[in-house]
Design a protein around this ligand. Structure first.
Ligand SMILES: Cc1ncc(COP(=O)(O)O)c(C=O)c1O
Length: 388
């Protein structure tokens, strides 16, 4: 049919050469997905089963990243979410209901804790916190209505490595599922499924993205029934992800191996140097025996990434510890680790049950890709300011 120029703006007849190939995954944006005919229109979320139906469930760019995360983690299915925290909440919303009970390690990422205590509690889900070093002792905390045990290894800030196989054995004996926040290992330094974990999630925001310019999360499972529950929950929660961000994450993933390797070497060198400093009481790096659960790291992990914490010896005030962080010239102050820039953040958990009482003396470092010697020199000049 003939078309006016206004209609051609929407339904163009312009032609371009076919057959383009490139190394980059194309970025397919789209809310509306086109169906070949009226009779086949449907709103099924599982596009692997029925073909593409709606942008909310992912364009090819989104599904490519999901498939690659699944491959990396040796999972079977991955659902992407707009951030690591939404991956956590998707798991909880998909698997829990009123009357259920969940166990969280006291060392868990704080927004995961807040989701349980401030929101899920309003929906009738009860949560207890456990000492992350509990191992098989977790059996005694499992109740008749316990449905989910979360693990995070290492724990946020205080860095405890958990005895995952022992927790999984106890959980499975009681038909309880185990979810793991596997962000620190980038999904590759710990083979979570080989250790029996049922569900893994990652903040792809960190090492997979790798450049501090996107927010994304992933939930990976091996079991199809779990995948169906997660997919059905995602459909009604409506947590879509941006294909542009997925495109950036796909690019980040290509350099993950070399970034992780360089970051691991640099972080180990810096942690070793810090452990010799008279101002430092403890280096909480999983590869060091001073880190709780180091023996489980040696047994279960394939390496270490670039996030660890240091604890000052008693003495400096909170202001002095903050002054140390402010005196750093190469380490920036900010959340969200896993990028190429080194970061330092002070914490003070007070006296939370199940968490060590380091008060204001704990600082978390994220090691980036600057020269190790320069980072050590920066730490040295800042430490001198605190001790003087
Ligand atoms: C261990 C861990 N899990 C989850 C998240 C949440 O990720 P996002 O910032 O992408 O929501 C973070 C963020 O800092 C984290 O450190």
């Amino acid at each position: 049919m003939s078309k006016t120029w206004q209609t051609k703006l929407i339904h163009s007849d312009a032609k371009i050469p076919e057959g383009y190939r490139s190394l980059a995954t194309p970025t397919f944006r789209g809310s509306t997905t086109l169906f070949p005919s009226a009779s086949v229109v449907n709103d099924t979320w599982d596009q692997h089963r029925v073909g593409y139906t709606y942008g909310l469930y992912g364009t090819p760019t989104v599904l490519e990243l999901a498939a690659r995360v699944s491959e990396l983690e040796s999972g079977a299915h991955t659902i992407l979410t707009p951030g690591g925290q939404s991956a956590i909440s998707l798991i909880d919303f998909a698997l829990l209901q009123a009357g259920d009970h969940m166990l969280l390690p006291a060392s868990v990422y704080t927004p995961n804790r807040k989701l349980a205590t401030r929101l899920l509690s309003r929906f009738g889900v009860a949560t207890d916190f456990y000492d992350p070093s509990i191992s098989a002792g977790i059996s005694s905390l499992i109740q008749q209505n316990t449905k989910l045990i979360w693990c995070e290894s290492p724990g946020s800030i205080t860095m405890e490595i958990q005895d995952l196989p022992a927790i999984v054995r106890a959980a499975h004996k009681h038909n309880v599922r185990v979810a793991l926040d596997n962000t620190w290992s980038a999904g590759v330094l710990l083979d979570a499924f080989a250790h029996g974990v049922d569900i893994t999630m990652q903040a792809l925001t960190k090492y997979i993205g790798g450049h501090s310019d996107l927010l994304l999360g992933s939930v990976t499972v091996r079991d199809n029934a779990l995948y169906q529950r997660l997919g059905a929950a995602q459909q009604v929660i409506g947590c879509a992800v941006s294909p542009d961000d997925c495109s950036l994450a796909l690019r980040g993933m290509k350099t993950l191996a070399v970034r992780l390797s360089a970051i691991e070497t640099s972080a180990l060198g810096i942690a070793k140097w810090l452990s010799t400093r008279p101002e430092i009481e403890r280096v909480l790096h999983p590869a060091f025996s001073s880190c709780p659960g180091h023996e489980f790291w040696k047994r279960d992990f394939l390496g270490s990434s670039g996030v660890f914490s240091i604890v000052f010896k008693p003495g400096p005030t909170e202001e002095q510890v903050q002054a140390f962080v402010d005196a750093l010239e190469l380490f920036e102050v900010g959340y969200s680790w896993g990028g190429v820039t080194s970061l330092a953040v002070c914490y003070n958990f007070g006296h939370l049950p199940g968490r060590p009482s380091y008060d204001h003396r704990i600082v978390r470092l994220n090691i980036g890709l600057e020269s190790t010697a320069d980072l050590i020199a920066d730490l040295e000049q800042a430490l001198c300011k605190v001790s003087s």
